[in-house]
Design a protein. Structure first.
Length: 430
């Protein structure tokens, strides 16, 4: 992805569709599928494309009617070939054949700026992970030194499962220019046309209701906070290891209704889902109905623990729920296999495609100890000890996990357990 914009410019075989909008649209009422599109506090959820720099501007934001006010992202683009770049994010769970509305507000300063315009790039992603056709939502005439809002409607082509959405600034072609193209963005929306149902999909890579080694018994409790002004319902499914769990995501169990801005604790989630003596992953889905809802409806953290073998209380590890994940390679430090600690490595396939990954284990000196190839069916989980992967005694080390299949997304982690107390430390891939 580091050469995303340059690849886009040179890709002659990709279908290009431009959507020109001459005036701002009306109010958008469906759920915003973009995370942090209002940039009220930071640029979280967004990444800069190649040759782009982004920064948070707390002193300025859209001044238009209905705008979110102060808080915006400032974009500086340092590539001069007549194309553009900017902050982007990937939206999952796109439905082929569905119409989506794309809307945003921009501000282009005219002083000391080589920007010639802005647009919104939407590059559709197929089920096998490949990039398909792409479309531009743009505006004419271009306005400078004033906040301007524009929008367009696009239809997801066949085979699409996700979308790369990028807020771009355009620069003129030049061999001598060094100044960046500059633009500010605010209040970006990507919504399903005609929908008033909001859904947030979350995954927990490890959950249990099962006996473990050393007299431990692992159980998972969930802490759920509703972050919106309406009630939400929480639904879920247990994801057993090694199985194609696609059907389970189509048959979710309703767990609880949480009032507006409320909190709920749900003990033994796996047992509540009708499972026992098992360990695997969790799929959780928050739902709400209403106008203009954000991408994030709830914040979820789970606590997988074992009772204290010598008294009251227990020991455990916190596992925050997360989206599907878009990293193709993760590195996790802290592998141990000795009399004091033992480390397990786990992966959850968060996609509807078969996932193939390579695990590379290195010791504290950086020497490769062993490698393994794991194939995970759709939405399947796998966890293994270092010994079962082929590693001997280890007093510190690292695992590198790399996606080999063309499709699939995943969340990876390690769990290091104290051999005496059963206390565990959860370490997510990064």
């Amino acid at each position: 992805m580091s050469q995303f914009n340059r690849t886009l410019t040179l890709s002659l075989c990709t279908v290009i569709v431009g959507i020109l909008i001459l005036a701002p649209s009306g109010n958008v009422t469906a759920q915003n599928l973009l995370q942090n599109g209002d940039f009220d506090f930071d640029t979280g959820g967004w990444r800069p494309a190649a040759d782009a720099e982004i920064s948070f501007r707390g002193d300025t934001g859209s001044s238009l009617d209905g705008g979110s006010g102060p808080g915006s992202v400032e974009l500086r683009y340092f590539y001069w070939n007549g194309t553009g770049g900017g902050p982007y994010q990937v939206i999952q769970n796109i439905t082929e054949g569905t119409s989506y509305n794309v809307t945003a507000s921009y501000f282009i300063p005219s002083q000391d700026n080589v920007a010639t315009g802005v647009d919104i790039l939407v590059w559709w992603i197929n089920g096998d992970g490949s990039f398909g056709s792409y479309e531009f939502v743009n505006t004419y005439p271009m306005e400078f030194d004033t906040w301007t809002r524009f929008s367009g409607t696009i239809i997801a082509p066949g085979g699409t499962v996700a979308a790369h959405v990028e807020l771009r600034v355009i620069t003129q072609a030049s061999d001598t220019e060094t100044r960046p193209g500059i633009a500010l963005w605010d209040d970006a929306l990507f919504t399903e046309e005609g929908s008033d149902e909001a859904v947030q999909a979350l995954f927990v890579p490890a959950a249990a209701s099962v006996n473990g080694l050393g007299g431990t018994f692992w159980s998972t409790t969930g802490w759920f906070s509703n972050t919106i002004d309406l009630p939400i319902t929480l639904h879920g499914a247990f994801l057993p290891p090694g199985e194609d769990n696609t059907a389970r995501l189509s048959n979710l169990t309703e767990l609880v209704t949480i009032p507006a801005h409320g909190f709920t604790e749900l003990k033994d989630i796996v047992g509540t889902l009708g499972e026992s003596d098992v360990a695997g992953g969790l799929y959780l889905e928050a739902r709400a109905s209403g106008a203009g809802l954000p991408a994030v409806l709830a914040k979820v953290t789970t606590y997988t623990f074992t009772p204290n073998p010598t008294g009251d209380g227990g020991f455990g590890q916190g596992l925050p729920a997360a989206g599907p994940g878009v990293l193709n390679r993760v590195v996790i430090p802290g592998l141990f296999k000795n009399s004091k600690q033992r480390t397990n490595i786990g992966i959850l396939n968060t996609s509807a495609q078969t996932l193939v990954v390579i695990l590379e284990i290195r010791d504290a000196a950086g020497v490769e100890v062993t490698t393994a190839t794991w194939t995970l069916p759709p939405f399947a989980q796998r966890q293994s000890s270092l010994a079962s992967i082929g590693a001997g005694s280890m007093n510190g080390g690292t695992v590198i996990i790399t996606r080999q299949s063309s499709a699939g997304s995943f969340r990876a982690y390690t769990s290091t357990v104290d051999q005496k107390s059963g206390d565990a430390v959860y370490n997510p891939g990064q």
